[in-house]
Design a protein around this ligand. Sequence first.
Ligand SMILES: O=C1O[C@H](COP(=O)(O)O)[C@@H](O)[C@H](O)[C@H]1O
Length: 234
Amino acid sequence: MKIENFKTDKEALQAMTSCLIGYMERKTDGHPFNLALSGGETAKKMFALWVEEYKERIDWDNIRFFWVDERCVPPTDPDSNYGHANELLFKPLHIPEDHVHRIHGEVEPGTEAMRYSRIVKEYLPRHGQLPYFDCIILGIGGDAHTASIFPDTLPLLTDSRNYAVSQHPGTSQFRITMTGPLILNDSPLLVPVLGAGKQEMLEELKKGYSPTNPTPAAYILTHAVEAVVYTTTV
Ligand SMILES: O=C1O[C@H](COP(=O)(O)O)[C@@H](O)[C@H](O)[C@H]1O
């Protein structure tokens, strides 16, 4: 894991976006660029920045959008990860609907996790047995959860399904999440960790995954082949 520090959230997101553009430019196989998005507050900031500064600098038409995780709510719910992306990114940039492969948060979670696992299997190329994204933008929460794998759902880090059902430990809200093996299947991980509330957690992450630091984020960052954390110094 590599950690890059910036003065502001905006600078951290700009550096992360430059790296994303580099990945896009280096993909010369003539196929669309498969990007997996996360949700939450960090993603909202990122979408606003992309519309403000990157409208003309990214080949949006060449991107196919997927998700790392989704909250099990309808797309119009204020909690929907897809809903935020739709309002803040897809509508302003007029992204065609068939370029967006959302997780159906409104459907029975188990059924949808199976359907979405099939979708990524059908659309994406494989590395070994599992699908491969050209880039995964992976969020980390203040409790060191990543995707929707929480400290009390650690078995999802080694679950053999592509996507599975999870539950938020505080609100009991159901989630559908990419599992550890798919996150770690060689897709480059861009990891924005923004906000003063996450600095203590980041210090723990730097120590790596161990019995005394058995968090989902530490596991993923310790095992990832290519992961860059973009953060701010407080
Ligand atoms: O619940 C979620 O949280 C994480 C982190 O979100 P943030 O609000 O701290 O930026 C996010 O990566 C994940 O996609 C989301 O569902």
